[in-house]
Design a protein around this ligand. Structure first.
Ligand SMILES: [Zn+2]
Ligand SMILES: [Zn+2]
Length: 201
């Protein structure tokens, strides 16, 4: 497990982020880690000359830690003063930020190709999406249950009152509506709480 020197929570993954080379790269920031000699070999191949000096040009002390040995890595130009990298003084590995990748590709003579060094789009937090409509649809059965039970309560109260008794027809219709509302609400609520609940009880 090698952690990205720029994003402490990210683990470097091996993938073909530069031509066909398998390299450790960070899926979050798109930076690439080259073990000792890997980048130098590429550069000397493409430059068509065996450059012996791969020391950093105008190195500056920087804060970023080597993912292999946790040493602070100075930052400077490699071969080209514009190609800024972090190079570990201990293990000789090189960290390349994603925004340096295009320049490196130009130096290596790699043009186009899949820009697989791009930071990977994380899938959106999926469970948040379906939760909202489900909660909204649950309001309808709840409202039906509430309305139905309030109606039934008043019906019973009216029935128990001897004075001003409602007409039997109206009493019957209102009761049926209330019972229908109540049972519809209860039924659909139960269905939503446990979908496909033929095995309920
Ligand atoms: Zn990173
Ligand atoms: Zn190191």
């Amino acid at each position: 497990m090698t952690h990205c020197p720029k994003c402490p929570s990210e683990t470097l993954v091996e993938s073909k982020c530069l031509g066909n080379l398998l390299l450790d790269h960070c899926p979050a920031c798109g930076g690439i880690w080259f073990d000792k000699g890997e980048l130098e070999a590429l550069l000397s191949q493409s430059q068509g000359q065996v450059s012996t000096d791969f020391n950093l040009l105008t190195p500056k002390p920087a804060g970023c830690e080597c993912p292999r040995c946790r040493k602070k890595m100075p930052r400077g130009g490699l071969v080209n003063p514009l190609l800024l990298v972090d190079k570990c003084p201990d293990c000789g590995g090189v960290w390349l930020d994603h925004n340096e990748l295009d320049l490196l590709k130009k130096l290596l003579g790699l043009t186009g190709g899949p820009s697989s060094g791009e930071p990977v789009q994380r899938p959106p937090a999926a469970p948040a999406l379906p939760a909202l409509p489900a909660r909204r649809f649950r309001l309808l059965p709840l409202a039906s249950i509430a309305l139905g039970s309030i109606g039934l309560f008043y019906q019973v109260r009216n029935y128990l009152k001897v004075i001003e008794k409602p007409s039997p027809m109206r009493f019957f219709i209102v009761s049926v509506i209330c019972i229908l509302l109540f049972s519809y609400g209860l039924f659909s609520l139960l269905q939503r709480v446990s979908p496909g609940s033929s095995d309920k009880n």
